[in-house]
Every structure is written in structure tokens, then in C-alpha cells.
Design a protein. Structure first.
Length: 227
């Protein structure tokens, strides 16, 4: 049985341009996502994917030279769709911190429902191969954009809060990986996600030079001095 990973033509993935090409491309992603959710990466086989999506093997390889290209495309598409969805939503929460934390907890629940799919996508977006870095950066950037949209839905956020959104994404990713590896429970992962959300609390983001910020820093120095 031939897998996508075992066949790696030396080629750059094609980009669909016509409506028919976009239809085939999206159909491949939808079918691949369903296969991954059902049986994980082992189920994602070349011939079966092409047959289920009703495309030729040549078409499959033109868009996805390897299994990892399929996974990266799925990850990108999911965050692209998420960005469109949150743009038209009014997320619950009185503050940016609350809205982002609620969103990430909802995202984690979705990951739990499709653990095999989550494991496959997590593996590929944490792959250290340099040839993947451009698309991995784009995927991470989309995730940050999703959180930014969620955060500002109820009002503007500060520049410092915006700068910390990528860190919140990293905390979320680390919690997911720890849960997948069995290092922590789902409850512990949710706790880590909530702690990451605290980075967006304005009370702990006051810049140096602000009296309240100095008071926080002074309190910390005082505690250290008393130890």
C-alpha cells in the first residue's frame, strides 16, 4: 500500500486557479480531513484519498507532493476558515482576555473531539524542516489573527496585548502537545490555556514608568527582599 509520505516528487505544490481546480483542491482537503479524523495518518493512503475525492493521482500529487503537504494545507485552511467565522461573530466575554481564553478553550474541546486529526496537524506544524517554515509561519500568523479578531470584537486592545498574542498561541500549542503526549490531563491542559490567557490581563501589562506598573514591580521586589 502506497502512502503519500513514501512518494515525494521533487516539485513545488501547484496552486489552484480555476473554479474547477479549486473544487478539486477543496474536495481533497475535505476527504483527507475525514480520513485523518477516522484513522489518523496511517489511514491517509494515496490511492484511497484520490479515489474518495474522485481525482486522479496526478492531480493529487500536483497539489500535494507528500502527506505533509496535505496536513499543512488542512491546518492553513482550518485557521483561514476560523478567521472568516470569527469575523462575523460576537464572542462572549467582557474583556479581550476573557474572549480569547473562551475561544481557545473551545478550540481545545474541538481538538479533543478529533484527537487523531489533532495529533497529525500538531506533528506537522511543529516539524523543524526548513522547507516547511514559510507555511508554518503563515499558519501561526493566521492563528494570531483569529485571536486578534476575537480580542478586539468588544473593543480595542493595547499594543502590548497585541504583542503578547503570539505568546498566548505558543502556550496553547504547548498545552496541546503535552496533552497529546499524555504528559498532562485535559483538565491540566485547560488550566495551562487559562494561564496563557492571563498574559492579556491589562493589570499585568502596564508599561514601566506607569505608577501602577511601578507599584506592581515594587511589590514584587519587596517580596523578594523579604524572603
Amino acid at each position: 500500500m502506497t502512502s503519500l509520505r513514501s512518494v515525494r516528487p521533487a516539485m513545488t505544490p501547484a496552486t489552484p486557479s480555476t473554479p474547477a481546480q479549486h473544487d478539486r483542491y477543496e474536495r481533497l482537503l475535505q476527504v483527507a480531513t475525514a480520513m485523518l479524523a477516522l484513522g489518523g495518518e496511517e489511514m491517509l493512503q494515496t490511492k484511497e484519498l484520490a479515489q474518495r475525492a474522485e481525482v486522479s493521482l496526478a492531480t493529487l500529487y500536483r497539489y500535494f507532493p507528500s502527506k505533509d503537504h496535505v496536513l499543512l494545507a488542512i491546518a492553513y485552511s482550518r485557521y483561514e476558515n476560523a478567521l472568516r467565522r470569527v469575523t462575523n461573530e460576537a464572542p462572549p466575554g467582557a474583556t479581550g482576555q476573557e474572549r480569547v481564553t473562551r475561544h481557545l478553550l473551545r478550540e481545545f474541546r474541538a481538538e479533543q473531539r478529533d484527537q487523531k486529526l489533532t495529533a497529525a496537524l500538531t506533528r506537522v506544524i511543529t516539524d523543524t524542516r526548513r522547507e516547511y517554515s514559510p507555511i508554518v509561519r503563515q499558519i501561526r500568523g493566521l492563528h494570531v489573527q483569529v485571536l486578534r479578531q476575537v480580542a478586539v470584537a468588544g473593543g480595542p486592545i493595547s499594543d502590548e496585548q497585541d504583542r503578547r498574542l503570539p505568546i498566548v498561541v505558543d502556550v496553547f500549542g504547548a498545552a496541546t502537545r503535552r496533552w497529546l503526549a499524555g504528559v498532562c490531563s485535559a483538565a491540566e491542559a485547560r488550566s495551562e490555556i487559562r494561564i496563557g490567557g492571563l498574559l492579556l490581563n491589562p493589570a499585568v501589562l502596564l508599561p514601566s514608568g506607569n505608577p501602577a506598573g511601578d507599584a506592581v514591580a515594587g511589590g514584587a521586589r519587596g517580596r523578594l527582599g523579604a524572603e
